[in-house]
Design a protein around this ligand. Structure first.
Ligand code: NAD
Ligand code: WQD
Length: 371
């Protein structure tokens, strides 16, 4: 039996997925060293507000450094101060639209920071890594549900390419050098929030993802949700010409996964890395279930008691029609499965939105109106 790992380094720990995973790590008694530069998360005098809430929920400490992964000297200093057993690398920029407008920013941030991290890990003898990858590496699906064997690399946007390129780097280093033990997790569509309503998604950059946008409409901060769809050749869609629902045209299908299921997937991956030497393995994290935009809207309306006015427009450029995971491998090899339903994803996201209508800087237990 190998000694239990104790200390996990988490990059991008103040962000949406990072903060929820840290909460799970603390519940599992790991020590956490987290870093973030707040390019897409909220701070108060250099402290991550999300992690302040995580401390409040768990009653446990998190060591936090404000650090940009592009700053090699600071990263080196942090590694020199701690004995790190494993790294979970969440830090990246993730806005697809922005990545198309400013590719260099994305290549610089997502690739150089990954390389700086890998170099410092190597220097300090820590070769255990969990990498945040994405279903976006599969590009337009050639078959559904998508298995890990599905071809990758034919990616339609710059952000997605950075994920694919980092996976290639991981493949090359783990082939060339002994000792690397890496899991790349390809997330599908993480949504929801911690059931306490105390932590959730609060990006500082503009966002266009469906669930947060829908919640803004429910809160009447935005007037209407634009549904991108209409001309897809599938089942549950919308007739663009008549602006009504028909049975012949489709809206985008996605595999939404509750953020706490995603977090437990990281714990399962961590345990796998600790027990076995894998070199490099890839796992999908999704529910295996496809949900259409309208199904999500209707579930959200039911849960929130709010109507979501929407208008149907044409397809969003680069949008994929339908994407959902085959999760057999993670179920079998990581001994992991999802627990939360679509309704719980909506309930928990709505609770977070109601309790924090303006994100982390506006906690209000008064304003919560979850039915
Ligand atoms: P997020 O933006 O909420 O969190 C990422 C965090 O990394 C942010 O707090 C940001 O400030 C930080 N960061 C970015 N660049 C940094 C740098 N150079 N140095 C230090 N910190 C830096 O995003 P998230 O949704 O939590 O995503 C986490 C990871 O999961 C990302 O790698 C993302 O690409 C990946 N992912 C996200 C989704 C999704 O839909 N949310 C899906 C698939 C994959
Ligand atoms: C979901 C569905 C839209 C907004 C993104 C990233 C991808 C990966 C997963 C990180 C689609 C429809 C959306 C709106 C709509 N993330 N929609 N109106 O497109 O699956 O991908 O998250 O790796 O890289 O691009 O997520 O939430 O933007 O869209 O109709 O206002 O909702 O067309 O079908 P997507 P999304």
């Amino acid at each position: 039996m190998r000694p239990q790992w104790q200390t996990i380094f988490v990059s991008g720990g103040a962000g949406y997925i990072g903060s929820h995973c840290i909460l799970e790590l603390l519940h599992q008694d790991y020590e956490v060293i987290a870093v973030d530069n707040f390019v897409n998360s909220v701070d108060e005098n250099g402290e991550a507000i999300s992690l302040k809430k995580v401390r409040q929920i768990t009653g446990r400490e998190v060591t936090f450094y404000q650090c940009d992964l592009l700053d090699k000297a600071k990263l080196d200093h942090i590694f020199s101060q701690h004995s790190i057993d494993c790294v979970i690398h969440f830090a990246a920029m993730k806005a697809v639209g922005e990545s198309m407008k400013n590719p260099l920013l994305y290549y610089q941030n997502n690739l150089i920071s990954a390389m700086n991290l890998l170099n410092v890990m190597k220097k300090y003898g820590c070769q255990q890594l969990i990498f945040s990858s994405s279903c976006t590496v599969y590009g337009n699906p050639k078959f559904l549900p998508i298995t890990e064997e599905h071809p990758v690399g034919d990616v339609t946007n710059v952000y997605g390419k950075t994920k694919y390129f980092v996976e290639e780097i991981l493949k090359d280093i783990s082939t060339a050098e002994e000792g690397w033990n890496i899991i790349s997790l390809r997330y599908f569509n993480p949504v929801g929030a911690h059931p306490s309503g105390l932590i959730g998604e609060d990006p500082t950059k503009p966002f266009t993802n469906l669930m947060p946008y829908m919640a803004q409409v429910a809160l009447r901060k935005k007037n209407v949700l634009t549904i991108f769809g209409g001309d897809y050749d599938t089942v549950d869609g919308t007739d663009l010409n008549k602006n009504v629902r028909t049975s012949t045209v489709i809206l985008g299908i996605r595999d939404y996964i509750h953020i706490m299921d995603l977090a437990s997937g990281h714990i399962a991956a961590l345990k796998k890395l600790q027990d076995e030497h894998l070199t490099l393995k890839v796992y999908n994290l999704g529910t295996g279930r496809g949900t259409s935009v309208l199904e999500l809207i209707h579930t959200f309306e039911e849960v929130s008691g709010k109507s979501i006015p929407y208008k149907i427009e044409g397809r969003r450029e680069g949008d994929i029609v339908s994407m959902y995971a085959n999760t057999d491998l993670a179920r079998k090899e990581l001994n992991w499965k999802t627990k939360y339903t679509l309704k719980q994803m909506c309930e928990d996201f709505w609770k977070w939105q109601c309790m924090n209508p303006n994100g982390y800087k506006s906690f209000s237990s008064e304003s919560c109106t979850v039915p």
